[in-house]
Design a protein around this ligand. Structure first.
Ligand SMILES: [Zn+2]
Length: 352
């Protein structure tokens, strides 16, 4: 079957679409014909072979890419314990875990010592078919297309975990989303507005600032092109600052993110795309009762909660660009050059 394959670590030309061998599914597995896969900054890091503390990477090359996706059930193993049937549309959850440790039993699967992420540690979903245990699959809610559903599992689970599970966002609070144009940032702003928060967004791009200002779930936009932008946040909040900051950028933005916080405010982090060694003042943290909370990705419990939210509300992934499988490298380029607002999705159904 055809797949997006990483032959070696490197630039975008390290990606190839080619045939890979397909293992026979186990009798307790469900086979999904993949329709689409959302791209994430994670895909770029995997391709580049990023290494360092807390960074996961493929066990071996060649490697099949893709952490998140959705598709249609085409086979249900005779021993699969599931009510899924052939023809059902499903979202593939990005994380696999042991299923029986104390964290897994609570649904906090991303805390499992054996946690693995599709497309990162092990082969991902950017291929024609994937065989998985039914515990990795959830039906696509009514009203979501497969293209939209393909942008849910990593993106929306991460946003939900940051804001609700870890950040404990409350109605009426002010939340600031730093670098507010990627998929997780847009998801976070949608969820925050739905939860009754006042949503602040930062961007370095004047073009994105005007596009963000038009989104109904963005209430204030801050120009973060120069260091010191926290002064603007403080000035516009009457010196109070914001209650919660979601920062996935890291080193370049932490100082201002922390200074934007109210007394007792929380900063929740799910990534460090700009570097992981910030220059900060710890006095600016503890003297103002501020907290930094780590929220890498999220567990099955968070995934179920955010999919339920989408089933009950009008929250839908914002799809910036769809690229066919053969042009996956162009999708990587858009993410690397940060041209997008929302998601870049790979269509896996393009003709052979
Ligand atoms: Zn476990």
């Amino acid at each position: 079957m055809r797949a997006v394959v990483l032959e070696r670590y490197g630039d975008r030309d390290a990606l190839a679409v080619r045939d890979v061998a397909e293992a026979d599914p186990a009798p307790d597995e469900v086979v999904v014909r993949m329709a689409a896969s959302g791209l994430n900054r994670l895909d770029v890091f995997v391709r580049q072979g990023l290494a360092g503390p807390g960074v996961r990477s493929p066990r071996s090359l060649p490697h099949v890419m893709g952490a998140e996706g959705a598709g249609t059930v085409v086979e249900v193993g005779a021993q699969a314990r599931t009510d899924l049937a052939v023809g059902d549309e499903v979202i593939v959850f990005s994380g696999l875990s042991c299923g029986h440790c104390r964290f897994c039993r609570r649904g906090e699967t991303s805390r499992c010592a054996q946690y693995e992420i599709l497309g990162e540690d092990i082969w991902g979903v950017q291929r024609e078919r994937v065989a998985l245990a039914p515990t990795s699959l959830l039906r696509v809610p009514a009203g979501l297309s497969l293209l939209e559903a393909a942008a849910v599992p990593t993106t929306y689970t991460t946003a939900w975990t940051m804001l609700m599970t870890t950040g404990r966002l409350r109605v009426g609070e002010r939340i600031l989303v730093v670098g507010a144009s990627g998929g997780v940032a847009v998801a976070a702003m949608q969820i925050a507005a739905k939860a009754g928060a006042e949503v602040w967004a930062t961007t370095r791009s004047a073009d994105k600032a005007s596009r963000l200002a038009e989104l109904p779930y963005v209430h204030h936009v801050i120009d973060s092109s120069e260091p010191g932008w926290a002064d603007e946040v403080l000035a516009r909040t009457g010196g109070d600052g914001v209650d919660l900051v979601a920062d996935a950028i890291g080193a370049p933005t932490w100082r201002d993110s922390i200074r934007s916080l109210a007394t007792g405010g929380r900063m929740v982090i799910c990534g460090a795309t700009g570097g992981d060694q910030p220059d900060i003042s710890i006095r600016e943290l503890y003297q103002s009762h501020r907290q930094i909370l780590g929220a890498p990705f999220g567990g099955w419990n968070d995934f179920v909660d955010v999919v339920d939210l989408m089933a009950r509300t009008d929250i839908r992934p914002v799809i910036d660009t769809v690229v066919p499988m053969e042009q996956v490298a162009e999708g990587h380029r858009i993410i690397e050059e940060a041209e997008h607002i929302g998601k870049v999705v790979v269509d896996l159904t393009s003709p052979e």
